[in-house]
Write a protein that binds this ligand. Structure first.
Ligand code: BES
Ligand code: MN
Ligand code: ZN
Length: 485
């Protein structure tokens, strides 16, 4: 998408549509007067009639004076924020008829200009993503150029925000594409190739092979990989801050390119959705991709243990005991609880590489969907200030996250009978928390936050700026977190 920022009046420009957000209780004053005049008084009429409710109406397209004006309901002015602005921008581009090649957005929400610019390009970039890559005929949007109007003093800040939002939406769409790819076209080897392709002057990428995993005694990852003919890969991405920093944030993403459940095999209904079980890993790779633009002041490690979880002839079986790379032994009572087994080695590797702060992101438990639905990512951790830093980053990034408690009782439920740990508690209760309790044993004492995106990594329907399919949940939060340092 080509963006231009200008100051001046909306009316009289060369554009296919003027997009105008309307707030609750707004009178036709100031800039709206001009648009009302273009529309021959239609705006006043529509608002007075109640046909368009700025609280909740669908976008309304008006034709007049040889042009189009698209009205978007923006809700209350007081509660208008980055997230709302991104949603309305995304909603707007979806509502434009697919003959428009250009559109003009008027920034009238009163946000910080950089934030407002970011919201426009991020919302638009995300909204134009579609996951029907394999259709012979795709109906792509024809939009080529977006013009953003703001006050003269704000032009530069809005431009910078637009750059940020473009980088973030492109990286998110890149991760969404990876997650949406079917497992035959996104094997661990292919995922590793993609990660290598992300390397640039700011981010170095290395892929560890099975022999390296054996040397490092990564029994969790190697154990899960045993059932598959596809070789496992361990992706390591490194960003070093320009000025030496004592802080190294590790982002560890689950990279199960397909989860059949293994010998504890899943039912066949909806098993296809398990092609997105590497969403966490994809989102880490996507987040690392943005760092050459944002150049944060802290070091960042991106780590993705990748394998299929298959029930092959060599597959691990319920009751098998594995030894993870930190030496802890695990009795595998259910081979479908595989994410935690590979994350155990991911977290350990991150710590051994000098990570001072850990974040893991994983489609880990069906139980988180029961608890929080598909709206909210579950956050758990061992260090309250670090969890709060993640929640604050999520709020700024416009992603919904909520903390769940990780009392020591949950970790206790994962203590093994014949080994240090078992990979399921043996009870169906608090499944997301017992999973986190297991992971906690591999964070050891390092501040750690765990994001369970099993509910949020896919969207069942088009909604605001999100489209049906993978969402990239957590990616923008992770970038915001490392930007904050
Ligand atoms: N990948 C699944 C979790 C999942 C479920 C992701 C639904 C997306 C949607 C994970 O590996 C898994 O199978 N978890 C089990 C754990 C159980 C065996 C303790 C689950 O949640 O059922
Ligand atoms: Mn599983
Ligand atoms: Zn899984």
């Amino acid at each position: 998408m080509n963006y231009g920022v200008a100051s001046g009046k909306a009316v009289g420009r060369k554009t296919d549509a003027i997009v105008v957000e309307v707030f609750e209780g707004e009178k036709v004053n100031g800039d709206l007067k001009e648009i009302d005049a273009l529309l021959g008084g239609l705006l006043s009429q529509v608002l007075a009639s109640g046909e368009f409710d700025p609280k909740s109406s669908k976008p309304l397209l008006l034709y007049a004076g040889g042009g189009r004006v698209l009205l978007i309901a923006a809700g209350k002015r007081e509660s208008y924020d980055f997230e709302k602005a991104a949603q309305t921008a995304g909603t707007a581009v979806r509502a434009l008829p697919n003959v428009c090649t250009s559109a003009t957005f008027v920034l009238r929400g009163g946000l910080d200009p950089r934030v407002a610019g970011q919201a426009v390009s991020e919302g638009i970039g995300l909204a134009l993503f579609r996951s029907d890559f394999y259709k012979s005929e795709r109906k792509d949007s024809k939009l080529e150029r977006i013009e953003v109007l703001c006050s003269k003093a704000d032009v530069r800040a809005v431009e910078r925000g637009i750059e940020d939002g473009s980088v973030l939406s492109e990286a998110t769409n890149f991760a969404r594409r990876l997650a949406d790819e079917p497992s035959n076209l996104m094997t661990p080897s292919m995922l590793a190739e993609v990660a290598l392709g992300v390397a640039n002057d700011a981010v170095k990428v290395e892929v560890l092979e099975r022999a390296d995993m054996e040397r490092l005694a990564m029994g969790g990852l190697l154990g899960v990989a045993k059932g598959s003919d596809e070789p496992p890969k361990f992706i390591v991405m490194r960003y070093a801050a320009a000025k030496k920093s004592k802080v190294t944030i590790a982002l560890v993403g689950k990279g199960i390119t397909f989860d059949t459940g293994g010998i504890s095999i899943k039912p066949s209904a909806h098993m296809d959705e398990m092609k997105t079980d590497m969403s966490g890993g994809a989102n880490v790779i996507g987040a690392m991709k943005t760092l050459s633009h944002f150049r944060p002041n802290v070091n960042v490690l991106g780590i993705v243990p990748a394998t299929e979880n298959m029930p092959g002839g060599h597959a691990i079986k319920p009751g098998d005991v594995l030894r993870a790379s930190n030496g802890k032994t695990i009795e595998v009572l259910n081979t479908d609880a595989e994410g935690r087994l590979i994350l155990a080695d991911g977290l350990t590797y991150a710590r051994n590489q000098g990570a001072t702060h850990l974040v893991d992101i994983a489609t880990l438990t069906g139980a988180i969907v029961t608890a929080l639905g598909r709206v909210t990512t579950g956050v758990m951790g061992n260090d309250q200030p670090w969890v709060e830093a993640v929640l604050a980053a999520a709020k700024r990034a416009g992603e919904k996250m909520w903390q769940l408690p990780l009392f020591s009782e949950y970790a206790d439920m994962m203590k093994g009978d014949i080994s240090d740990l078992k990979n399921i508690s043996g009870s169906t209760e608090a499944g997301s928390l017992t999973a986190a309790g297991f992971l906690q044993a591999f964070a050891e004492g390092t501040p750690w936050a765990h994001l369970d995106i099993a509910g949020t990594s896919r969207s069942q329907k088009d909604l605001g700026y999100m489209a049906k399919g993978a969402t990239g949940a957590g990616l923008r939060t992770m970038v915001e977190l490392v930007r904050a340092g």
